[in-house]
Design a protein around this ligand. Structure first.
Ligand SMILES: Cc1cc2nc3c(=O)[nH]c(=O)nc-3n(C[C@H](O)[C@H](O)[C@H](O)COP(=O)(O)OP(=O)(O)OC[C@H]3O[C@@H](n4cnc5c(N)ncnc54)[C@H](O)[C@@H]3O)c2cc1C
Length: 453
């Protein structure tokens, strides 16, 4: 079922009777299962007895993305080529100027469907492309459980503000569906041949920065669904008691798949609930915290631009009052990036991220808090955190990352007792890590990884 709240009509053009196909520009929802934009496209094609063309455009210079991100994403696109074709759906993968390519494909379409985007680069691009297309365009919000504006009409102060509203709407929105079968499977002629993904790195993406990397995960919807299945079967039951422990590493590691839209949050929610296991902790993160992050990025255009325009007044006041406090250590971006501080735990977290493209959630909080403590100003810390997070995390450049970094400065949080540098913004220290976790074991795990690299 596609809830009507997910669908927006983008412009005032009508259905083009002379069109040859329905066109779905897949960008943020790189999957088949529980993809409401794909489902709407199939339903429109069936209604008008048309074939369906799904296209994916590989942008050669997507802001902030490097080879690590592209490899993960294109592994998924490669699988989709086979999986969509098996459903009788044509799939064109092209490289280059998105505006020109989509506009070109839209000329022969009867109607066009976009999936939703929330961060600035894709949102802007979709607006630009939408204005060039002279066909009716639908956008479909498929990467959240509850559509953002339906969930809450303004920027939420903290999780408590939206939790009840989200929970109330879960029974209606957190419902997966069986995809409809496409009826008209005829081949669409004269569409520029799809690029060969094996050669795309050499031909089009050779300029990308290649990071030293231990690949622990492969990208793609098939991998995502396997990972989800095995996680629910083997580890979900430990989530509530152990997910905070960096040394145990029992969180789901689903964030990169969710980030690229290879896995729908609806699927994770439904499968976790169906398992009958205790999934309260996981659902709090996946649903409430994640959709709070989407709320933040949707309603606050400064999410990655201006720290003082995203924080609550009390946090701004506290950070301002403590600007003059002496920093116990000061590190520049190079020292931080290389993980060469005095703090073994912090260095281990930084190395985990650099080497694997992932950092444990507890360490992300500690990692962010320490950068605030070790840099001259909150603004400098904000800039460094955004840079490192977006460059190295496979799930970077995501609303969760922007909200997570803002949280380190007091966003969505409450005042605690007063400290130097932080004022009443929550503070974390190494003693806490030692007291609560077997943090030396975490460091040992990362050192083993380093030896493999
Ligand atoms: C400084 C900082 C930076 C962060 N950067 C990112 C980032 O770039 N991308 C990213 O996806 N998350 C980010 N997070 C949020 C969170 O740490 C990660 O989503 C989580 O650690 C991913 O691991 P997992 O998939 O095993 O999570 P699990 O614990 O298994 O949770 C399941 C899913 O819930 C969502 N989720 C979990 N924790 C949070 C959270 N705190 N806020 C919002 N959603 C959450 C994610 O989609 C995750 O995949 C950041 C947090 C902080 C404090």
């Amino acid at each position: 079922m596609i809830q009507s709240e997910r669908i927006k009509i983008y412009n005032s053009f009508g259905f083009d009777e002379n069109g040859e196909y329905v066109l779905y520009w897949m960008q943020s929802a790189q999957r088949i299962k529980n993809n409401h934009a794909l489902e709407l496209s199939i339903q429109l094609a069936n209604k008008h007895n048309l074939p369906l063309l799904v296209c994916f455009i590989v942008m050669e210079r997507y802001p902030g993305a490097n080879r690590r991100h592209y490899e993960f994403m294109l592994e998924g696109i490669d699988d989709l080529k086979t999986d969509l074709n098996e459903l009788g759906i044509s799939f064109a993968v092209q490289v280059g100027d998105v505006k020109a390519l989509i506009t070109d494909l839209s000329h022969r379409a009867s109607i066009v469907v976009f999936d939703d985007s929330i961060t600035r680069p894709l949102k802007q691009l979709k607006d630009d492309v939408g204005q060039l297309i002279q066909k009716q365009v639908f956008t479909v919000e498929t990467n959240v459980i509850v559509p953002i504006e339906t969930a809450y009409p303004k920027e939420a102060y903290a999780a408590y503000a939206i939790r009840k509203a989200l929970q109330r709407q879960a029974a209606y929105f957190a419902v997966g569906f069986e995809s409809s079968q496409l009826k008209n499977k005829s081949t669409i002629g004269n569409v520029q041949e799809s690029v060969h993904l094996e050669s795309v790195f050499e031909k089009n993406l050779s300029h990308l920065e290649d990071l030293p990397s231990i690949r622990k995960v492969k990208g793609g919807e098939r991998e995502a669904l396997n990972r989800l299945c095995s996680y629910i079967e083997n580890e979900l039951e430990y989530y509530d008691s152990l997910s905070n422990h960096p040394e145990k590493d029992v969180t789901s590691h689903l964030s990169p798949y969710i980030h690229f839209g290879q896995l729908s949050p609806v699927t994770v929610y439904e499968e976790a609930m169906k398992s009958g296991k205790n999934s309260a902790g996981l659902i709090e993160q996946l649903f409430i915290r994640r959709e709070l992050a989407y709320n933040f990025v949707h309603y606050n255009p400064n999410y990655d631009l201006d720290l003082m325009k995203i924080l609550p007044d009390w946090a701004i006041k506290e950070l301002d009052r403590h600007r003059i406090d002496a920093r116990p250590y000061e590190y520049n971006i190079e020292t931080l990036e290389q993980g060469r501080t005095h703090d073994t735990y912090w260095n281990a977290a930084q190395k985990e991220m650099v080497l694997t493209g992932f950092m444990h959630g507890t360490m992300r909080m500690y990692w962010g808090k320490k950068v605030i403590e070790w840099t001259k100003t909150p603004e400098e810390a904000f800039e460094i955190l955004l840079y490192l997070n977006d460059k190295y995390q496979l799930d970077g450049r995501d609303p969760n990352g922007y909200a997570g970094i803002a949280w380190c400065f007091g966003k969505h949080d409450r005042p605690f007792s007063e400290r130097a540098i932080f004022g009443k913004v929550r503070y974390m220290n190494a003693e806490g890590l030692k007291r609560k976790y077997r943090i030396e074991k975490y460091v040992e795990n990362i050192m083993k990884l380093e030896d493999q690299s």
